[in-house]
Design a protein around this ligand. Structure first.
Ligand SMILES: Nc1nc2c(c(=O)[nH]1)N[C@H]1C(S)=C(S)[C@@H](COP(=O)(O)O)O[C@H]1N2
Ligand SMILES: [Mo]
Length: 422
């Protein structure tokens, strides 16, 4: 924050305090005029009775007033909810960790019920010793804890041709970020002993779709995790209970849920429909194949269409998320004028590799309309492209891997809309 904006913020807050109200309330004239506020002057019902006992909620849920902070889907996107997707309410969250209960889901054949007792993981193919692990077996290997984002390659896919969905939840909500506890896949592969001809692993889940994918052995031995906890607790059913694969920085479709088999192979399995499904179509009709890594991207989560500004001019916190599949986020810039001028945002914490980074621009709003954008830079020096730049390379027929800069038109009323700037 610059000295001047710091000073203006301080004098604004001082003025508010002098009027006997909190900073946020300053704009509401009734209180600024000194009308007594019953919430301050009167004893409230919650202070005269007793609250809930410790036995009221053995497993706590969000308070009813937060009932709108939930996953949502767009019914017209898919034919049925079984092979479908829903979206994380990123516009309503802060920090970086996504609570499992509102983390987006993507299933090809629904979320299955699989008990730990019935869980088996097989490693076969080009190994010295094919192995089958039970859940308890997995718990006996040295495990690690890491925070990673998981982004569906189709995130922002509806926005290729033009501004489409009105809210960060829908344009950018096919992402979640959790702390995983699990065993490095490398440990399990070493246990089985990969033969020298083994160059790929084919991984699949226990659900009807199996969601089989091929991953180069190099990645499998690098940072892939066989995870059984997320954010400290068991994986939720919808995220692959009891065990899922975590493939840091790579597109979500490789993060196999209900992981049941890993086959070491000489090459990738290409014949499957899903492999071609995640191929990007280019303007000239050719395809980009094996675009596994998620490029650097960012989004302003507030203000945004679902999180309008609810106060007048003065202090305003602009916030959002940035991430890169190629490493840590180094810098995020925010523009209020559709990319003509930029201010560098404050990172809440130094960027962690392949994990969400929260940014803030603590600013002052003049009450005029804004064309809000965020632009991420990662440790490789890569800068998030504009929509125009991306289209020049990939045309308008793509769906997957849309990491372009997003624009929110914030109006004088504080409401925001999804728009494109040329
Ligand atoms: N077994 C299995 N694994 C799967 C899928 C699936 O349908 N079945 N969907 C994949 C896709 S396309 C994505 S984007 C991620 C989504 O993970 P989530 O549902 O935990 O958000 O899981 C992947 N792993
Ligand atoms: Mo996906």
């Amino acid at each position: 924050m610059s000295e001047t904006s710091k000073n203006s913020r301080r004098s604004f807050l001082k003025g508010a305090a002098a009027a006997g109200v909190g900073a946020v309330a300053a704009a509401t004239t009734a209180r600024a005029q000194g009308t007594p506020d019953p919430l301050i002057t009167e004893v409230q019902p919650w202070a005269t009775g007793l609250g809930d006992g410790v036995d009221a909620t053995p497993y706590g849920l969000p308070i009813e007033y937060e009932a709108d902070v939930v996953r949502r889907n767009v019914p017209w996107l898919t034919a049925d909810p079984i092979s479908s997707i829903n979206f994380t309410p990123i516009h309503a969250l802060d920090g970086t960790i996504t609570p499992q209960g509102c983390a987006f889901e993507r299933h090809h054949s629904g979320a299955i019920d699989l008990r730990k007792e019935d869980y088996r993981l097989m490693i076969n193919g080009l190994v010295d010793q094919p192995l089958v692990f039970t859940y308890e077996d997995l718990e006996r290997f040295a495990r690690i804890n890491r925070v990673f984002f998981c982004e569906c390659a189709a995130n922002t896919g509806m926005e290729w041709a033009g501004a489409q969905l009105n809210g960060a939840q829908f344009t950018h909500g096919m992402i979640h970020n959790m702390e995983y506890s699990g065993v490095p896949l490398r440990t399990l592969l070493e246990e089985a002993g990969v033969k020298p001809e083994g160059k790929w692993v084919y991984v699949e889940g226990a659900d009807a779709s199996s969601n089989g994918r091929s991953i180069p052995l190099e990645k499998a031995l690098d940072d892939v995790l066989v995870a059984f906890k997320a954010n400290g607790e068991a994986l939720r059913k919808e995220h692959g209970y009891p065990v899922r694969l975590v493939v840091p920085g790579w597109e979500g479709n490789m993060w196999i849920k209900w992981l049941r088999r890993i086959e070491v192979m000489e090459g990738p399995v290409e014949s499957r429909e899903e492999t071609s499904k995640y191929t990007d179509t280019l303007a000239n009709g050719t395809s980009r194949k094996w675009t596994w890594v998620m490029d650097a991207k960012s989004i302003v989560t507030s203000p945004s269409p679902q999180a309008p500004i609810k106060h007048g001019p003065g202090p305003l916190v602009i916030t959002g998320l940035a991430w890169s599949g190629r490493g840590a986020i180094k810098r995020v810039d925010v523009s209020k004028d559709g990319g003509k001028t930029w201010e560098t945002a404050r990172l809440a914490n130094p960027g962690q590799p392949m994990a969400l980074t929260r940014f803030y621009l603590d600013t002052s709003w003049d009450g005029k309309e804004m064309l809000l954008q965020a632009r991420a830079m990662d440790e490789t020096g890569y800068v998030q492209p504009t929509k125009k730049m991306l289209r020049e390379v990939r045309g308008e027929n793509s769906v997957y891997h849309n990491n372009c800069i997003q624009t929110w038109w914030v109006k004088e009323t504080g409401e925001a809309e999804n728009v494109e700037v040329s």
